[in-house]
Design a protein around this ligand. Structure first.
Ligand code: IMP
Length: 182
């Protein structure tokens, strides 16, 4: 059955821009790259919740080197003595010391989340850290980031679907949709 090209999420309207087929073929391409680069190694994938859960599940099934995965989250809380907002990683239940790490992210927009993630993971002394993102908005990047693995670069538009949300909704689609109407 043909799927709808228009998606309504809460008060907004989106139109399909990346089909399931395109997404899957880009994931296979990136997975092949990772399989080549990590031959003889045992990488640890750190998938950033919530947005990357579907991407991580599809990516991992294309990986054929021995690997582990852990689902992590950047949690914000107000420090009692500090003035700023502290963000720490929760859910890191694998010792990454001396291990090659691949962060799995749904989308890199300003890049601030990934920059913070790298800073927080470095003190654990992994052998290496690379970023693998499903989507990248290059025109929005505010920090210098070395993104080794990227499935698709997209324009500076808001997208939902395939794990990505608008206000918590819209994650449960096979295609990716772009906002067309506010
Ligand atoms: P950054 O720190 O600006 O790179 O933001 C990254 C996070 O913002 C992603 O992990 C997403 O949760 C969210 N985000 C950025 N752009 C979009 C979008 O177009 N749709 C849904 N979520 C987005």
């Amino acid at each position: 059955m043909q799927r709808s090209r228009i998606l309504k999420v809460k008060d907004k309207t989106f139109a399909v821009t990346l089909s399931e087929r395109t997404i899957k073929s880009q994931i296979r391409r990136v997975a092949e790259q990772i399989n080549r680069d990590y031959e003889g190694k045992q990488p640890v994938f750190l998938a950033v919740l919530n947005g990357s859960f579907i991407f991580a599940a599809d990516l991992l099934r294309e990986i054929n080197v021995p690997c582990e995965i852990s689902f992590i989250k950047l949690a914000s809380y107000e420090g009692t003595t500090t003035t700023g907002n502290i963000r720490e990683i929760i859910g890191l239940n694998i010792d990454i010391t001396g291990r090659p790490v691949i962060i799995v992210e749904d989308i890199v927009d300003t890049g601030l989340t990934m920059a913070h993630m790298l800073e927080t993971l470095k003190p654990h002394n992994p052998e290496s850290i690379e970023i693998c993102t499903l989507l990248l908005k290059p025109s929005k990047l505010q920090v210098k980031l070395d993104i080794r693995y990227c499935c698709k670069q997209i324009p500076d538009d808001f997208v939902v679907g395939y794990g990505l949300d608008y206000d918590g909704f819209g994650r449960n689609t096979k295609d990716i949709y772009t906002l067309i109407q506010n």
